[in-house]
Design a protein around this ligand. Structure first.
Ligand code: C5P
Length: 233
């Protein structure tokens, strides 16, 4: 059941049961879901099968980073399990990203392949310490451009970066944005937040939303409230 909603709900849970309990309160025609490292490491491919069986399209957020052949094989494995989107670290470099993109193409797999540029937890000093003499913003732009040149379909980025990435890489290049807080929600531990409509206006193509929906008393009501905010973009 494909959806054209930009919303991706982060299923950040430590077990298959907990993740499915939340998924069962959502509608696959109105959002996609994201499976991250903890859930996948605990539950394995069974969680993908269960979510696909319920009609959800899945973003498998494992941020692969390894030698080109290993990453290409991991991306292929994800795509062959039917995920809608999978990601890698752009800092793995051009050859790694090209190998992954080529592997999907060679096997006629239509899974979207995107890259993480710079983790939002990294500040200038952290980058410098790893030998990168750039600010996070400069490095994000450099890696977004490299991601596009390597044949990937987009990046994970903060809404603050969406407009500049849109100017650099175009509107079609996917910009998948976490750190979204609807006007009714608490910021939690997110630092630089934007509302769903602000992020879409800034050029984000997809919005990753976790706790404002998953910790709401009525998750579908929270999702509907976000849809209502988006309708007035
Ligand atoms: O609950 P919340 O809406 O903050 O969840 C956001 C999701 O997006 C989580 O799965 C988190 O790991 C992810 N994420 C993020 N910030 C980034 C990258 C990913 O919040 N910079």
């Amino acid at each position: 059941m494909a959806t054209d909603s930009p919303l991706i709900i982060a299923l950040d849970y430590p077990s298959l049961d907990a993740a499915l309990c939340m998924a069962d309160q959502l509608e696959p025609s109105r959002c996609r879901v994201k499976v991250g490292k903890e859930l996948f490491t605990r539950s394995g491919p069974a969680v993908l099968e269960a979510l696909h069986g319920r009609g959800f399209e899945v973003f498998l957020d494992l941020k692969f980073h390894d030698i080109p052949n290993t990453v290409a094989s991991a991306v292929q494995a994800a795509a062959e399990q039917g995920v809608w989107m999978v990601n890698v670290h752009a800092s793995g470099g051009r050859r790694m990203m090209e190998a992954a993109a080529k592997r999907l193409q060679d096997h006629h797999l239509s899974t979207h392949l995107i890259a993480v540029t710079v983790l939002t937890s990294m500040q200038t000093e952290d980058l410098n310490e790893t030998g990168v003499a750039a600010t996070p913003q400069e490095q994000v732009m450099r890696l977004a451009s490299l991601t596009q040149q390597s044949g990937l379909s987009g990046v994970v980025c903060s809404a603050q970066e969406s407009a500049q990435i849109k100017a650099l890489c175009g509107a079609e290049f996917l910009k998948v944005t976490p750190g979204i807080r609807p006007s009714f929600a608490a910021a939690n531990d997110q630092q630089r937040i934007m509302t769903p409509s602000e992020a879409m206006r800034a050029g984000s193509t997809h919005l990753v939303v976790g706790r404002p929906v998953t910790q709401a008393e009525d998750p579908m009501a929270a999702l509907a409230a976000i849809e209502a905010e988006l309708a007035v973009v």
